[in-house]
Design a protein around this ligand. Structure first.
Ligand code: PMP
Length: 390
């Protein structure tokens, strides 16, 4: 394991060994997740899979109850806490089932009889969350669900203004999705909610991409496979008193509180994925923390949005004020040109640019680990493609 360095180095750029994406044998990977990992982290993993901390065993082989994993998990939790400035009031849990499982665990735990849970739908994933709540709403043992806002009328190209949020009279909680991975929109503020109402957020595709005031959130959750590493664990940041309020009548493994003692180990956890979250949190700390990530992400996104803004060929999906710094979505004039764009980009080492199957077009995901050179190469490719085909 690498220890967090004391002085941060500048935000990451292309590794010295790579002069062009293809020369290193690796490409710029614009996948929405699982997605690119930093070379430093991959090299560390290579080493630790073989023999971690001179134990004579790799990370995949250690018992989840052994002292090595005790240390790995404690360090991962400490580094996630430091990287996210998570307050002492909140617990950090490593769960399974991805962000999708958290979508239904939320109403299962907190949409109690007599209570109403409010949902803000701003895209595909926020809608999935809403659908999961509706499955339970009105059933014995559960309360009801209320739609506080829905941006379907703009094809989810927008984020609602405060005046568009219509909450129920006394919500048990409000749920929103901070970054809409398919559509490429992002909340640039925490939504205005009635005072004292627990706010729950799906941060799957922008966790630790910028500073977040977690003290204002009762629960935040993310699959690790975008900004925090490998698929297999869900990072849950939950206010302790909120966790304790949850439903006790459901299976223990479906209750958030079950994961609080013993470093998220009520059963065999996804050890490898949690270990990688630790490496990613340390990598963020080494490179200046989430504030540096935000500057780095804004600079990368600007390179691509500038091309879109100067073009009549490409059509950006998101309203400019609501654009995501993580997932940039746009269309070309025809499907044939879209196919050609994706193919030619891949041939030049710019991989995974096809939009989600539900949305179409192009999507470029520029998570923390994408170096600025990747965004520069994409912007250049886009300009050149427009010159040839526009
Ligand atoms: N929410 C958001 C915002 C997502 O981007 C995703 C995955 N792309 C999910 C939820 C579902 O995550 P998982 O696959 O970890 O269940």
């Amino acid at each position: 394991m690498t220890q967090a360095a004391t002085s941060p180095t500048p935000p990451p750029s292309t590794p010295a060994s790579a002069t062009t994406p293809l020369a290193s044998g690796r490409v710029f990977n614009f996948s929405a997740g699982p997605s690119a990992l930093p070379e430093e982290v991959l090299r560390q993993i290579q080493q630790d899979v073989w023999n971690i901390n001179a134990t004579g065993m790799g990370i995949l082989e250690h018992s989840h109850r052994g002292s090595l994993i005790d240390a790995v998990f404690a360090q991962a939790e400490a580094d996630v806490r430091a990287a996210g400035s998570i307050p002492a009031t909140h617990r950090i849990l490593f769960m399974t089932g991805g962000a999708s499982a958290a979508n239904y665990l939320l109403p299962m735990n907190f949409m109690t009889p007599g209570a109403t849970a409010d949902y803000i739908v701003t895209g595909h994933w926020a809608n999935q969350t809403w659908l999961q709540a509706q499955k339970l709403a009105g059933k014995p043992g559960f309360g009801s669900a209320h739609l506080a806002a829905d941006t379907a009328a703009t094809a989810h190209s927008t984020i609602p203004a405060a005046a568009e949020l219509r909450f129920s009279s006394s919500p048990a909680y409000v749920h929103y999705c901070s970054n809409n991975t398919l559509e490429g929109t992002q909340w640039h503020r925490i939504p205005e909610t009635p005072p004292g109402v627990p706010l729950c957020v799906d941060v799957c595709s922008d966790i630790f991409s910028r500073p977040t005031d977690f003290s204002r959130l009762a629960l935040a959750y993310a699959g690790a496979q975008k900004n925090l590493g490998a698929a297999g664990t869900t990072i849950v940041i939950i206010r302790d008193d909120f966790a304790q309020r949850g439903n006790r009548d459901i299976a223990d493994l479906l209750q958030f509180r079950t994961y609080i003692p013993d470093l998220s180990r009520p059963n065999t956890p996804p050890v490898f994925a949690i270990y990688v979250v630790g490496l990613m949190a340390r990598w963020i700390l080494r490179h200046g923390g989430v504030a540096a990530m935000e500057r780095h992400n804004a600079a990368k996104a600007k390179l691509v949005y500038d091309v879109l803004d100067r073009s009549t060929f490409y059509k950006a999906h998101a309203r400019p004020a609501d654009r995501s710094l993580m997932n940039i979505t746009f269309r070309l004039p025809t499907e044939a040109l879209t196919d050609r764009f994706v193919e030619q980009a891949a041939a030049e080492g710019l991989a995974n640019l096809r939009g989600h199957r539900n949305v179409g077009g192009i999507r470029a995901s520029l998570y923390n680990a994408m170096p600025i050179e990747g965004a520069t190469a994409l912007a250049q490719f886009m300009r050149e493609f427009e010159r040839r085909h526009g």
